[in-house]
Each structure stands twice: as structure tokens, then as C-alpha cells.
Design a protein around this ligand. Structure first.
Ligand code: PEP
Length: 263
């Protein structure tokens, strides 16, 4: 089975509406040329409706960095899935380490949010990953497998295209300290093995798992060349459109190079 690569930009808390418009206008023609690659842009809420409007009918998926799992009500400061769908959002980030570490999001909340997104048909990109201390203490797999299990246990037999996972070692995010391609393959290969155990062969062979953590044009090719890595979630190197376009092109080259895995 061939999985379609995905290149996702996480702008985090950056960009005015004007900057988002300029970026999206520059991105759209390049994304249209990148046959075989899914492109996503996770924009801040203030410019998300504008990105979604400009990307409508394109292959660029406008994405939200956060939301709450209830549809409406007394949840000050939150937005819901129906609200995001109303403005044309097609994907959501869930469980990014900055949400978990800075804002205290629990595994249970991450699972509830993922379940709600899957039910609504909005593609969640679910982030998992370990801290430096956990890795150094030999606890990488305990942490990552636990995070994957909680999410999968909340879902009712999802198809492999219902969600995307992103392995993002926390020590590699925004630090310039990228995991080696072998480290990325090791963790993501183990995740695919666990997903096979939890959800079956077809799910494991078709679900996409991205790597995230200081990916840039200079290291993306060797990361994309790993058998189980289906793309990247990119923070810093996605902020300049030229750099993000270079990453999309690299994903396209990996795809046309016939990266096949699964069965
Ligand atoms: C991220 O924000 O998910 C991320 C991986 O950031 P960076 O590429 O800057 O490490």
C-alpha cells in the first residue's frame, strides 16, 4: 500500500492576517504543482478564516491549531468543530506538545478531541512524543505508546484515512536538534507495529505517521526516505513560504521516487 505524503506547516502564534494572505497566495500555485502531496497549514485563529477562504477548492488543507470537543456552550475562549467547519477548516492539530506541556492538556482531553474530530470528518493530526529526560531514561516507548493507546481506545474502528499521527520528540521541537532519520524511523516503525496490534493490518498499513522536530530543507530528504515516515509537521521552517515550498517539493520527490510500504 502506498501512503500519500503530507507536509504540514504549524505557524504557531505567528502571522498577521496580511502576512497570512501573502503567504497563502504564494503557496497555492506551488501546492497545485506538488502532485501526490497533501499540504496543510495550521494557522492562528485570527487568520484561519482567510487562509481557509483562499485555500477553498485547492489541495491546501486549512487547519486549526486548537479547538474544544463540545459543539457549543459556556466554554469561554474555545472554538468548536462545527465553528471550524463553518469557515472551511479541514484539519486540526491535537495534542501538540506545546498544548500538553504549556497548557496542561491531558491524554484524556487529547483522546476526546480526537474522537470528536474523527466523528465530524475533520482530519485530526495527533501529536505524540517524549521529553529529553524520558528519552535519556529509556522511557521513550512507554510515553509514546501510552499516548497512542489512549487515542486509539477512544475510537470505534476508524479507517486509516480518519486521522494522522505525528511523532514529535519534544527535545527536537524548535531546538534545531533533529532526531536522526534512524531515530525517527525507529519510533514511527514501532508506532505502526502498535497500531497493527490495536487496529489491524489495513489500518496500520494505511494510516499516515509524520515526523516533527526541526525539519528543514537541508534534512527533509533523509527523513522522508525512511520507510515508515509519511511526511513532516514543521514549525520554524514553515514560517517562510519559500522554505515550506522546498519541503513540499522534497516530499513530492520522495513520493515520485516510489516510496512504497505496507503490503
Ligand atoms: C512543531 O511545531 O510541531 C515543530 C515540529 O516545530 P519545529 O519544526 O520548529 O521544530
Amino acid at each position: 500500500m502506498t501512503r500519500r505524503p503530507m507536509m504540514a506547516a504549524n505557524w504557531k502564534m505567528n502571522k498577521t492576517v496580511r502576512e497570512a494572505q501573502d503567504y497563502t497566495a504564494a503557496l497555492l500555485p506551488h501546492a497545485a504543482d506538488a502532485d501526490g502531496v497533501d499540504v496543510a497549514v495550521f494557522a492562528p485563529l485570527t487568520c484561519l478564516s482567510e487562509v481557509a477562504r483562499m485555500a477553498e477548492d485547492s489541495q491546501v488543507l486549512a487547519g486549526a491549531q486548537n479547538f474544544y470537543y463540545e459543539d457549543s456552550g459556556a466554554f469561554t475562549g474555545e472554538v468548536s468543530i462545527p465553528m471550524l467547519q463553518d469557515i472551511g477548516v479541514r484539519t486540526v492539530l491535537v495534542g501538540h506538545s506545546e498544548r500538553r506541556e504549556v497548557f496542561g492538556e491531558s491524554d484524556d482531553l487529547v483522546a476526546r478531541k480526537t474522537k470528536r474530530a474523527v466523528e465530524a470528518g475533520l482530519l485530526p493530526v495527533v501529536c505524540v512524543g517524549e521529553t529529553k529526560e524520558e528519552r535519556d531514561g529509556g522511557g521513550m516507548w512507554e510515553k509514546v505508546s501510552g499516548q497512542v493507546r489512549v487515542v486509539m481506545e477512544s475510537l470505534d474502528g476508524p479507517g486509516g484515512d480518519a486521522l494522522v499521527f505525528a511523532y514529535e520528540p519534544i527535545w527536537a521541537i524548535g531546538t534545531g536538534d533533529t532526531a536522526t532519520p534512524e531515530d525517527a524511523q525507529d519510533a514511527i516503525g514501532q508506532m505502526r507495529g502498535l497500531l497493527k496490534e490495536l487496529a489491524g493490518d489495513d489500518f496500520a498499513a494505511s494510516v499516515r505517521i509524520l515526523y516533527g522536530g526541526s525539519v528543514k530543507p537541508g534534512n527533509v530528504a533523509e527523513i522522508m526516505a525512511q520507510e515508515d515516515v509519511d511526511g513532516a509537521l514543521v514549525g520554524g521552517a514553515s514560517l517562510e513560504v519559500e522554505s515550506f515550498v522546498a519541503l513540499i517539493e522534497a516530499a513530492g520527490e520522495a513520493a515520485s521516487g516510489g516510496e512504497e510500504s505496507g503490503d
